[in-house]
Design a protein around this ligand. Structure first.
Ligand code: KG4
Ligand code: ZN
Length: 336
């Protein structure tokens, strides 16, 4: 990564190593995740340096995810970064995983910069933010239960798809007929008013139960093979409708013309298309990361780290933390 704290940055290399082993268990096994990190971390960093034609001597600082997530897995990265930092005399900057997702799109789109409305949708989080400036985040809404990606993964599992199932479900839904199976977009009503507790809130666990019932019904009728794409389409449509409408509400309320998507689910093409169509109604523009920057990657962490480095965060004692709010989260002004 080269660039300035707030200016454009270029990705010199990006190495992504996914842990396919979890597919066998249908979810992430924490112990296995930590061990895999231990064995793959050094080879991955070595390759990233080689791909960039860099060496530790040419590196100015190290950014590392320190929160939130599985502490055992985070600790491997944090310990390694601190070890190298100490040995090489380099600053080590701790980055919040979701702030990384927030910066990912800016790596590819020079205009994906504040002020904007942000929708971050990953396997662990669903955050609707107003971003007046980098480092200033107003949390408007989040999920009350499952995250959007988690809902995709659970619905995919019910449909017999491999883990993580988000992209498999999207592919299956492409063969589904719109409207053949309908689910109610969760926590979305036209009568909701700004200031209502659920105006920006999300909830996806009820939708998952609706999918379960639809799968059971189709199984009992012996039609699951035929119905699976329709169920997938209906699920994806309901979930996307809730995300899109609430994001549009947020952009409208804060008169933001730019909407930035982030997180693994941001790679979903149906979500992008629906949000682009909705934003076009009020002259809004949607910025979404390409698939390699939508799902977890080191470039987004480096970019957020570069910003934090510039903001003077270097040198704080780092520890791995399971849950932590986004740094720079501000209280949302009461609706007036
Ligand atoms: O951000 P991410 O890579 O990891 C977390 O921070 O959780 O997001 C992973 C999530 C998974 O739930 C995965 O199924 C979902 O993003 N995902 C998708 C798509 N690609 C990845 N969900 C829906 N459609 C996709 N195309
Ligand atoms: Zn993520």
């Amino acid at each position: 990564m080269r660039g300035t704290a707030l200016g454009p940055a270029t990705v010199e290399s990006l190495v992504i190593r996914s842990q396919d082993i979890h597919e066998r268990y249908g979810g992430v096994v924490p112990e296995i995740a930590s061990r895999e990190h231990l064995t793959t971390l050094v080879p991955v960093v070595t390759r990233a340096l080689a791909d960039a034609g860099a060496s530790w001597e040419t590196i100015d600082g190290i950014a590392v995810t320190h929160a939130p997530g599985l502490v055992g897995a985070l600790m491997v990265g944090v310990s390694y970064a601190q070890g190298v930092g100490l040995a090489r005399g380099l600053p080590v900057i701790g980055v919040h995983h979701m702030e990384g997702h927030l910066f990912a799109t800016a790596l590819e789109h020079a205009d994906a910069v504040p002020p904007f409305t942000a929708l971050l949708v990953s396997g662990g989080h669903t955050l609707l933010l107003d971003v007046p400036a980098w480092g200033h985040y107003r949390l408007l809404g989040q999920t009350r239960d499952d995250a959007a990606g988690e809902a995709f993964d659970k619905a995919a599992k019910l449909l017999g798809l491999p883990y993580p199932g988000g992209r498999h479900l999207e592919a299956l839904a492409r063969d589904g007929e719109p409207g053949r199976v309908r689910f109610t977009p969760p926590m979305l009503r036209r009568t909701q008013q700004p200031g209502d507790a659920d105006y920006y809130a999300f909830s996806f666990s009820g939708l998952k139960t609706a999918v379960l019932l639809a799968v059971r019904e189709a199984t009992a009728a012996g039609t699951l093979d035929v119905m699976a794409p329709h169920i997938a389409h209906g699920f994806q449509h309901a979930l996307i409708t809730a995300l899109v409408e609430k994001t549009a509400r947020a952009a409208d309320a804060h008169t933001r013309a730019r909407i930035v998507l982030g997180g693994g689910v941001a790679g979903n093409r149906a979500l992008r298309a629906a949000l682009e169509a909705r934003a076009a109604q009020f002259g809004g523009v949607v910025y979404a990361p390409s698939p390699r920057l939508a799902t977890d990657n080191a470039a987004m962490i480096a970019r957020a780290g570069l910003f934090r480095f510039g903001a003077g965060d270097e040198g704080t004692t780092l520890s791995a933390v399971a849950t932590a709010p986004l740094p720079g989260l501000e209280a949302v002004p009461a609706p007036g």
